[in-house]
Design a protein around this ligand. Structure first.
Ligand code: UDX
Ligand code: UDX
Ligand code: ADP
Length: 462
């Protein structure tokens, strides 16, 4: 039986997942470790509103379990030593150098973890891949553990996480399924069953699916590729809708009622973001190419090409609608996070749209309810389009939506935060330059209401 869990990586995946395991399994001690001292300090903050990541409901879960059987620490070796099961939940960004640059997943953090586990472990351990990894990574982890370890036995499991940010706690409480992949050997099956027992504390056994390791690894990439493909598919239709007089919301509703298609994940937008979709598809494309499967690779790559086009199309439309120049004009951004109810900005469409507009010398004023100013500066600088000082000349960060919109030529809605719907839009209109434009990248606002006030309102796909 698993009694002591260590999770390496206290990020968007490791943090909430371990908090829920700890809350649901008071008999298991869960220690989440990270190299980043600031992050661990934030997880240990007395004030639960200051946890390092924002997720609805997370504060209550952490509040209940922390100090009881949930611990956050930087003592990685100690936690590894004490654990029966070790989750690897470190980041696997797209490589920015060398072979596979811009496509393959960078596995250096995973490898470092494996080497650390091998060095420290003095008794048998189950090692669980939680981060999304390319197919056959388990083999690499196993090679390292078996060749550099202290002669103890390791079982490697793949247990990908399907939670979506913004609804992480809900998703963890009631997952559509839990997927556990392991070796088909008797020892592998024993390890799988031990992990099944952990989840069975709150997930119905019928919803816990066990497979071989490779199926589990590939299922995670496939799920994200299919989800992203739906967004790119509806976004492709949005452009056609704009030309033909069809309305993408009506089209989405009509097709979604076909039970073979289903109604979820058909929301047209300025483009998908987040740490997973693009990275995982690029990864899939890279893997397919490495096996010489060029048609497979090209097929999936189109999902990314379409998404890049959708982001670019949004900024181009702002520029052309504002009489082909945004130079010196103030454009207010409502939202910077890649979706609502998260402070995560990785791959957010807002970053790319801002970059395009700043290239045209626009002044971008951003308000996001949860994203810190430093993060916004970091995101723009990360693109390396211009220096930090130059970026700061063009971007300002406001504490509320009304200030961001004051004296603006146009508003762009980049994230679908609920609070934007309840703004006093008459007041916003009165404080803007005229004609006052709204470019709604999330089809969030009420077109009729805004047009009645006097806005020129443009949504996606109508
Ligand atoms: C299709 C649409 O389903 C229907 O709504 C529309 O009105 C007409 O076109 P149809 O072509 O008759 O209907 O059959 P369908 O069941 O959609 O199958 C089309 C093809 O896809 C078949 O060759 C089928 O074998 C194949 N298919 C379908 C698969 O290979 N895999 C699947 O999972 C589903
Ligand atoms: C995704 C998967 O959903 C999750 O299962 C996996 O574990 C991690 O990757 P996440 O990236 O957190 O989760 O959020 P998700 O809700 O999938 O949204 C991703 C992006 O797609 C967001 O930018 C979102 O705004 C966009 N999106 C989603 C749309 O534009 N339209 C939609 O209909 C759905
Ligand atoms: P994800 O969205 O996958 O959770 P994050 O970047 O939010 O990704 O979190 C990953 C965390 O893993 C980071 O906080 C990082 O500091 C941590 N990390 C990376 N490598 C190691 C390591 N070798 N040991 C401990 N923590 C690590």
């Amino acid at each position: 039986m698993i009694k002591n869990i260590c999770c390496i990586g206290a990020g968007y995946v490791g943090g909430p997942t371990m908090a829920v395991i700890a809350q649901k399994c008071p008999h298991i001690k869960v220690t989440v470790v990270d190299l980043n001292q600031d992050r661990i300090n934030a997880w240990n903050n007395e004030d639960l509103s200051l946890l390092p990541i924002y997720e609805p409901g997370l504060d209550a879960v952490v509040g209940e379990a922390r100090g009881r059987n949930l611990f956050f620490s930087t003592e990685v070796d100690k936690a590894i030593d004490e654990a029966d099961a070790i989750f690897i939940s470190v980041n696997t960004p797209t490589k920015t150098y060398g072979v596979g640059k811009g496509m393959a997943a960078d596995l250096k953090y995973i490898e470092l973890c494996a080497r650390q586990i091998a060095r420290v472990a003095k008794n048998d351990k189950i090692v669980i891949e939680k981060s999304t990894l390319p197919v056959r990574t388990a083999q690499a982890i196993k090679d390292i553990l078996d060749h550099t370890g202290n002669g103890v036995n390791f079982q490697i499991l793949s247990n990908p996480e399907f939670l979506a940010e913004g609804t992480a706690i809900e998703d963890l409480f009631a997952p559509d399924r839990v997927l556990i992949g392991g070796d088909t050997t008797p020892d592998g099956q024993v390890a799988i069953n031990k992990l099944v027992e952990v989840y069975a504390n709150w997930v119905k056994r019928d919803n816990i699916l066990t497979t071989n390791v490779w199926s589990s690894e590939l299922s995670k990439l496939t799920a994200n590729a299919f989800l992203a493909q739906r967004v790119s598919s509806i976004n492709a239709m949005s452009e056609l809708c704009e030309k033909t007089g069809a309305d993408v919301n009506e089209v989405a509703k009509a097709i979604g009622l076909d039970s073979r298609i289903g109604s979820k994940f058909l929301k047209s937008s300025v483009g998908f973001g987040g740490s997973c979709f693009q990275k995982d598809i690029l990864n899939l494309v890279y893997i397919a190419k490495s096996y010489g499967l060029n048609e497979v690779a090209d097929y999936w790559e189109q999902v990314i090409i379409m998404n890049d086009h959708q982001k670019r199309r949004f900024s181009k439309n702002i520029i052309s609608t504002l009489y082909n120049t945004v130079s010196g004009k103030k454009i207010a951004f409502l939202g910077w996070a890649f979706k609502k109810d998260t402070n995560d900005t990785r791959e957010s469409a807002a970053i790319y749209v801002a970059n395009d507009l700043i290239s045209e010398q626009a002044n971008v004023a951003v308000f996001d309810p949860k994203v810190e100013a430093d993060q916004i500066h970091f995101d723009l600088n990360y693109l390396e389009s211009r220096t930090d000082a130059e970026n700061k000349k063009y971007i300002s960060i406001e504490n509320n939506g009304y200030d961001a919109c004051k004296n603006a030529h146009a508003i762009a809605v980049l994230t679908e935060w609920d609070e934007f719907k309840t703004y006093d839009w008459q007041k916003i209109y009165d404080n803007m330059l005229k004609p006052a434009f709204v470019f709604d990248g999330r089809n969030l606002l009420n077109k009729a209401e805004l047009e009645k006030i006097g806005f020129i309102y443009q949504a996606i796909g109508s």
